[in-house]
Design a protein around this ligand. Sequence first.
Ligand code: PLP
Length: 387
Amino acid sequence: MKPARAMSRLGTETAFEVLARARALEAQGREIVHLEIGEPDFDTPSNIVEAGGTALQQGYTHYSPSAGIPELREAIAEYTSKTRGVEVSPEQVVVTPGGKPIMFFSILALVEEGDEVLYPNPGFPIYESMINFVGAKAVPLPLQEEREFRFDVSELADKVSPRTKMIIINTPQNPTGSVLTKDDLEVIAQVADEHDLVVLSDEIYERILYEGQHVSFLSLPGMQKRTILLNGFSKTYAMTGWRLGYGVMPEELAAHITRLMTNSNSCTATFTQWAGVEALRGSQDASYKMVAEFKRRRDVIVPGLNAIKGIRCVEPKGAFYVFPNIEGTGMNERQFADYLMEEAGVAVLAGTSFGQYGRGYIRLSYANSVENIEKALSSIEAAVKKL
Ligand code: PLP
């Protein structure tokens, strides 16, 4: 079968390929520390698991409305209104299997062939993949180590052309852990207003923040009409496998995104959505405990990496990733990631898995125990010494 031409433009997420390679080595008896995959290593909090189980027992095993069950849309609208300080109605909410489909659907619904989309680079690989897939031009916003991996907002206006349709922002950010400041967001808002742009604001790591308060693009005056907020349960509540996320957007767009849901998934799994209601309305203690533990791990991995000759690591403010520069090892990021897997038994991702501006860097996820992080650090140090 001959694939459609657009398929040659569709990218992927390397994390899954590296995981497969690590698993293959494990099958041969090698021990591998997994620092490649971006998911919390904690179990989903028990109150949420119970709510999902109860929903199954109660027979919530049928289709639900494409945009989600009213109770969850209501809970999301309430949560978003409260945390963003703006009025959000349930009609503005579309529930999806994970936050990822919001990228897919927003780009499909809004971006035409020949349009341009600005996006962070290095960034979550699916942004670039989807922009290319629809035949649009992906215009990178380079993230710079000197700016703690925030992009230079003063250059933003220069990157906008008459064909620019959308800006994608992500804060806290994958893969660098950077956080955009309120001043940054205000400049973005100004540029978006001036050029009538849509902003896809990926805030899936909103709670995994180690200092200050999360500032949402949706909170900025006048931005509700041009913002799609991408959010979800995977990271905040360790629910990656439940597949539960959502978008908050103007009501007219929600109708289109809902139609894309009807045409693809029909709906998000119904019992999963009931677990989501409990996640938002129940105790938040387990979630905050996870964040405290992530901070403890960050405070082990950052100094540990900086102590290794040839490696230099900025301290991230959020998410659970570090993005150290490894040029001092004399290897490029792909060679070094391969070398760490083979020599140190540590699985990491090359920075270029997140775009061309990831050259010279690797990404490590510290969603792993302090014990494993320490083990990985000493193996990396030993491997680097051999170079
Ligand atoms: N956005 C970012 C920046 C991510 O890193 C991820 C997952 O790794 C997602 C969105 C999607 O998460 P999910 O589809 O599991 O909700």
